[in-house]
Design a protein around this ligand. Structure first.
Ligand code: ZN
Length: 317
């Protein structure tokens, strides 16, 4: 019999929200956090003042720091209250104790193995299908993941991430399309996003891999810098890929005119959890625009990648 993961996860929420003090406290606080919205053209960016996220936005992810800290995704280092729903024998789905969403899950590999998307795209799609109402997201090892040494996705409520809705109405320049889906790029939402909509996991994986194959890979990196969102809606998977050129913007820091903001998938999706109050108060639309421009792929690189994909799919026709 197929398992009903949503039912199991609802029960997990019920238990953790009544039995685990840190979760009760942090989800209670989230209900009262300050938020404001900046409009970036056709895209809404929700700024959320969330002091608990400092551990993530200021995390040291260099090899030496990782080696000396206990991995918070491995069972032996997790609080005794933290429970799991094991998905397909290979990932444990858990309540994230430092939420940005009203329901925020961490989905980590059952083994301690490096953050790497190769071979896991289909898992991501199948997880999204089993977690209806959630958007599953992936932060590359140098694109926002705070545990790059332990493979993990996260998931949160779709309706709380503005871009999921906006992509349906955005104009997409197509690379390929057929009766099973579309694949293209959207450039008018203030940050470039490669977008796939398909009812077929094989096609989704093929298109995603063709994109990952042509994106630039920096020296010493194991994969292109990316943030990926994936959700399942009315029988189709929607996949949004944000290629990155930088982990942190030039304005990252604690000095004057600087921000402790280290963008990851949710920032790309239009939900910015901001850890410091002064950053939350001072950030302007201009800053938001500059940070996106600074950390996302340049327009020239987007054009170059798009041309390669267009040529590739055109030559197959
Ligand atoms: Zn680990």
């Amino acid at each position: 019999m197929t398992r009903n993961y949503i039912e199991e996860i609802d029960l997990l929420w019920q238990r953790q929200l009544t039995e685990w003090d840190a979760v009760i406290k942090n989800y209670g606080n989230l209900a009262n956090v300050a938020t404001r919205v900046v409009e970036l053209g056709d895209s809404s960016i929700v700024l959320q003042y969330n002091p608990e996220r400092l551990r993530s936005s200021a995390a040291n992810i260099d090899a030496a720091s990782l080696k000396t800290r206990p991995c918070f995704l491995c069972n032996e280092n997790q609080p005794h209250e933290q429970e799991s729903v094991v998905w397909n024998g290979s990932y444990k789905i858990q309540v994230n104790p430092y939420p940005i969403f009203t329901r925020h899950l961490t989905i980590s590999a059952t083994e301690h193995t490096p953050q790497c998307i190769a071979g896991r795209l289909t898992d991501m799609m199948l997880l999204a299908k089993d977690l209806q109402d959630y958007v599953v997201f992936y932060n590359g090892p140098v694109s926002g993941a705070s545990a790059p040494d332990h493979m993990h996705f996260q998931a949160g409520i779709i309706n709380e991430l503005p871009i999921c809705d906006e992509l349906f109405n955005a104009s997409t320049a197509l690379f390929d399309a057929n009766n099973k889906g579309i694949f293209g790029v959207i450039t008018d939402l203030g940050r470039p996003v490669f977008y796939i909509e398909t009812m077929n996991t094989d096609l989704g994986e093929l298109w995603l891999n063709s994109l990952l194959d042509v994106l630039p890979v920096k020296n010493g990196h194991i994969e292109p810098m990316v943030n990926i969102l994936c959700w399942h809606n009315s029988g189709s998977w929607c996949i949004a890929v944000f290629p990155r050129r930088k982990h942190r913007p030039a304005c990252y820091g604690t000095g004057e005119d600087q921000f402790v903001i280290s963008p990851a998938s949710l920032d790309m999706g239009g939900l910015w959890a901001i850890a410091r109050e002064e950053d939350y108060n001072n950030l302007t639309l201009h800053d938001v625009r500059l940070i996106y421009q600074d950390v996302c792929l340049s327009p020239e690189d987007v054009e170059d990648v798009s041309n390669k994909l267009r040529e590739y799919y055109y030559s197959k026709k």
